[in-house]
Design a protein around this ligand. Structure first.
Ligand SMILES: Nc1nc2c(ncn2[C@@H]2O[C@H](COP(=O)(O)OP(=O)(O)OP(=O)(O)O)[C@@H](O)[C@H]2O)c(=O)[nH]1
Ligand SMILES: [Mg+2]
Length: 385
């Protein structure tokens, strides 16, 4: 599936590449792994939560180690038993100055994960705020899981036995967590109150169901965030192919633009070269229109994602030509003979400049392909995934 997608990109068939995604989004994204980091303070119940998700008891040899002291010291992966390519990653506790904390903090790089479960027991603390901010800064999302609901309930029952209502206590905890998350700038926070001892009670079934329903969205989000690196090898190969394919044109341009030609000609020829590149990468107007129609967006929206060498930068690139031209003009005026030095100087400036300009044009088209596809994959258009 992903292979067909990559082949279409390498052939410059961007609209076709999207067809592979749009035709069967579920199998397409199912082959994309979703790495979920389970993070939170030490002892908040992260490992117990993972065991509950996996349906394992703490004494099962496959279960994550749990305990009353600092238990998890290394990040470890646990594949989800039923959801395809969903991997839960148990993390050492974060925050709260505890003995040995430093050695854990260094390993705590969250950038590689696609989605997060912030686990908290008791109150919402600054560690949670820090995690929320860190995750939001990466443009990723999370569920907030408040564990040990059983303890909260028994404490509430002991405190006010006459006025005790399980529903009221759970609602109060839920609202408190949401309020704290909203204060951190989270829109529509997803909060689940659970007890890791009772995976069929409280919000645990709802959490499992929500994750299942959110899976396609989360995998698409993960795919999009990883998209630049997914595309990279294909586009690198494509760059080499394009360079080989149009080397004769590059050579002609190099000679034409390297010679002391009038100022506007390089810009015209550069424009021509750029349209050859765009055609090869599938970024020409008809290809973009087909892609836009395929994903239910406008060509203008897709074009807006393109940032490669525009006309203004092309003009800046050819500005040094003025030096050569000025010397040529001066030489001709002063000595009234063919401006040999001016020509040599002009060629010396133009040749390397043209070489780098053409290289940059090809790399720019490759980068633009990735940006345009990312834009096309964004789920805002009617036909988008
Ligand atoms: N009553 C109750 N106890 C829990 C719950 N979840 C975890 N615990 C207990 O809390 C303690 C810590 O649980 P762990 O799962 O090891 O916590 P952790 O966050 O993985 O801890 P570290 O790996 O040290 O950061 C253990 O004694 C668990 O048995 C829960 O939902 N209810
Ligand atoms: Mg643990």
């Amino acid at each position: 599936m992903v292979e067909d997608f990559e082949v279409a990109i390498s052939q410059g068939q961007l609209a076709d590449s999207m067809s592979h995604v749009l035709a069967k989004p579920l199998p397409f994204f199912n082959s994309t792994p979703l790495h979920i980091a389970v993070v939170g303070e030490p002892g908040s119940g992260k490992s117990s939560f993972i065991n509950a998700m996996l349906g394992l008891r703490a004494n099962d040899p496959r279960a994550a180690a749990t305990g009353i002291q600092m238990t998890t010291v290394q990040v470890k992966d646990y594949p989800h038993p039923t959801l395809p390519q969903v991997i839960l990653w148990d993390h050492p506790g974060r925050g709260m100055a505890t003995f040995g904390e430093d050695k854990f903090e260094k390993k705590d790089d969250l950038t590689h994960f696609d989605f997060f479960v912030i686990v908290g027991s008791q109150r919402f603390r600054s560690t949670h705020s820090d995690l929320v901010r860190e995750i939001q800064d990466m443009g990723k999302s999370f569920y907030f899981v408040r564990t040990k609901a059983d303890l909260d309930l028994s404490a509430a029952k002991r405190q006010q036995p006459s006025d005790y209502s399980e529903k009221k206590v759970l609602l109060h905890i839920q609202e408190d967590c949401k309020e704290c998350l909203v204060r951190e700038g989270v829109r529509d926070p997803q909060v689940f109150i659970v007890s890791n001892w009772e995976a069929d009670c409280f919000d645990f079934p709802l959490l499992q169901e929500t994750l299942k329903n959110d899976l396609l969205r989360l995998k698409r989000q993960a795919f999009l965030l990883r998209f630049p690196s997914i595309c990279l090898p294909t586009l690198e190969k494509k760059k080499t192919t394009v360079k080989e394919k149009i080397w004769t044109r590059r050579l002609c341009l190099l000679i034409a633009l390297g010679s002391p030609v009038p100022f506007l000609l390089p810009i015209f020829l550069f424009r021509k070269f750029r349209s050859w590149c765009f055609l090869d990468f599938g970024l020409d107007d008809p290809s973009l229109a087909a892609l836009a129609q395929r994903v239910g967006k406008t060509s203008t929206a897709l074009k807006a994602a393109m940032q490669s060498l525009g006309m203004f930068s092309a003009i800046l690139w050819v500005l040094p030509d003025l030096v050569g031209l000025s010397v040529m003009a001066y030489e001709y005026h002063r000595w009234e003979h063919f401006p040999i030095f001016g020509c040599l100087l002009s060629g010396g400036i133009s040749l390397p400049r043209t070489y780098f300009m053409l290289q940059k044009c090809i790399s720019g088209a490759a980068d633009d392909t990735q940006r345009v596809l990312s834009k096309a994959l964004e789920a805002e258009g009617k036909k988008s995934i």
